[in-house]
Write a protein that binds this ligand. Sequence first.
Ligand SMILES: NC(=O)c1ccc[n+]([C@@H]2O[C@H](COP(=O)([O-])OP(=O)(O)OC[C@H]3O[C@@H](n4cnc5c(N)ncnc54)[C@H](OP(=O)(O)O)[C@@H]3O)[C@@H](O)[C@H]2O)c1
Length: 216
Amino acid sequence: MDVVIAGGHGQIALQLERILADAGHGVRGLIRNPDHAADLEAQGALGVVADLEEQDVDELADAIGSADAIVFAAGAGPGSGPQRKWTVDYAGAVKLMEVARRNQIDRYIIISSIRADPDAEDDGAFGTYLKAKGKADQKLMESGLSYTIIRPGRLTDDEPTGSIELGDERGEITRADVAAVAAAVLETPGTAGKVMVINNGPLPIAEAVQQVAAGG
Ligand SMILES: NC(=O)c1ccc[n+]([C@@H]2O[C@H](COP(=O)([O-])OP(=O)(O)OC[C@H]3O[C@@H](n4cnc5c(N)ncnc54)[C@H](OP(=O)(O)O)[C@@H]3O)[C@@H](O)[C@H]2O)c1
């Protein structure tokens, strides 16, 4: 596969790049800062300079070209104000849905969040984040693309455990395990059209992803 990862220098993205490159896939990561390209190269990925806020759909479509899948792993981050939840977490994701349609990239995987909800209270803080993420997820479900929505709990930097639980709306998960789930989802077309709420738990990731693909 030829996979494009938005938020290419993010903490989940860098780990996903390594997993995909080791599995023999072509991986490009979208980065704002050209100096980040070396960190992507160290993971076996190519950096493509693109800014989801500053560039429009035409420019992003040109920068991305053809690919088999897009993974949206970008985010404004915890230090950002409410406005950037809309310009990155929502509008950035939606722009890439349009790019996917234009460039005939059928597969789109989004790193969303536990409790993402289009009807969350727009409170200028965490509620705004959950609302922006929930609205992006809703757009993706309506997009006609082969989507998978991954909703992790609180992210940690602990060592990967290789196992998760599905469906619990409270919990935490390592960024490394989120990356492993995203890689397994990319390898499992049956996960298209599915929403996965994930936290660390007892189920091996491969088994959990198969369960989701089978409709569980
Ligand atoms: N924190 C949590 O507990 C939690 C829980 C559930 C889900 N999540 C979601 O998981 C996502 C991924 O997590 P993470 O820890 O890997 O994130 P991260 O390390 O903060 O990475 C986010 C990436 O998005 C990029 N970005 C920001 N604005 C951009 C723009 N305008 N154009 C292009 N790229 C842009 C950043 O680029 P720069 O390096 O240039 O800033 C950064 O590399 C988060 O963003 C969040 O939405 C988080």
